[in-house]
Design a protein around this ligand. Structure first.
Ligand code: NAP
Length: 260
């Protein structure tokens, strides 16, 4: 039997970009993976097919994380198919619509960004955590993990993406809150803080970051790749941090270092 063969992870936003790389990495490790998507079933099915050619098993589930009934459906379908939930990777997110200056941005964008990037992840983590607590108490799973994908935007300002930055900053506190509450239950909680990663989300700003990276905006002068984030998830999934919770993993080429 391959290691972790029975363990089950839900990855939100698993159809593209960072989430896709996380799904594939977990599939390689033999996890059963629920590949969540919002609008692109074909992309999610491609990820499922790739995982099923590896040691892992997979299921694609449509769920808009901003919608309560969809979130319940995601967890319910996971349990129906696999019977357990060991890890949730809350990765799905959107950028700020229109990237408007902080003095002009209206409330509509806030509603969408906050419900997708903060409120949805909070209540999905809550639902997943409650399932994990139930299963741990029933000795159906040994432990649980929540992995929350935030961003360097949790602490670095972009004045044309205030909604995105504030929502991501909220995820940092959310990580600590769940970590504190869930430690006694046997559930670890981690925040992943990616820097600028090559994906559809950053495709529109390629030229800007090509230039800034060449100028040394962060010490490791290259774009981050989705696989860089997936490797951090793999390390957590492999129980490499047994005495850690509530902490932030910087996957940013060293962007977080302050220098004079
Ligand atoms: P991406 O390439 O734009 O992919 C977004 C993924 O999220 C897609 O799978 C999409 O599904 C899904 N999604 C969007 N809205 C959703 C919703 N309401 N419900 C469920 N799924 C939804 O983005 P990415 O670059 O991989 O980013 C992934 C996460 O990393 C986001 O939280 C982002 O904020 C964060 N992040 C990204 C960067 C970066 O530089 N790229 C840096 C720091 C943090 P469909 O395919 O069905 O549309």
């Amino acid at each position: 039997m391959k290691p972790n063969e029975q363990r089950v992870a839900v990855v939100t936003g698993g159809s593209r970009g960072i989430g896709r790389a996380i799904c594939l990495e977990l599939g390689r490790l033999g996890w059963s993976v629920v590949v969540n998507y919002a609008t692109r079933p074909d992309a999610a099915q491609q990820v499922v097919a790739a995982i099923e050619s590896m040691p892992g098993q997979a299921l694609a589930v449509r769920c808009d994380v901003s919608q309560p009934a969809d979130r319940d459906g995601l967890i319910d379908q996971t349990l129906e198919r696999f019977g357990r939930l060991d890890m949730l990777v809350s990765n799905a997110g959107i950028t700020s619509p229109g990237r408007k200056d902080i003095l002009e941005a209206g409330p509509d964008g806030w509603e969408t960004v906050f419900s997708t990037n903060l409120k949805g992840p909070f209540f999905l983590c809550q639902r997943a955590a409650n399932e994990m607590v139930r299963q741990i108490r029933a000795a159906s799973i040994p432990a649980g993990k929540l992995i929350i994908v935030s961003s360097i935007s949790a602490y670095a300002v972009s004045v044309n993406r205030a909604d995105y930055c504030i929502a991501k900053a909220g995820l940092s506190m959310m990580t600590k809150l769940f970590a504190q509450r869930l430690a006694d239950e046997g559930i670890q909680v981690f925040e992943l803080c990616p820097g600028v990663i090559a994906s559809d989300m950053t495709a529109a700003v390629t030229e800007k970051y090509d230039r800034l990276i060449a100028e040394g905006l962060w010490p490791i002068r290259r774009w981050g790749q989705p696989e860089d984030v997936a490797k951090a998830v793999a390390a957590i999934a492999a129980d490499s941090f047994p005495f850690s919770t509530g902490c932030r993993f910087d996957i940013d080429g060293g962007f977080h270092i302050r220098s004079l």
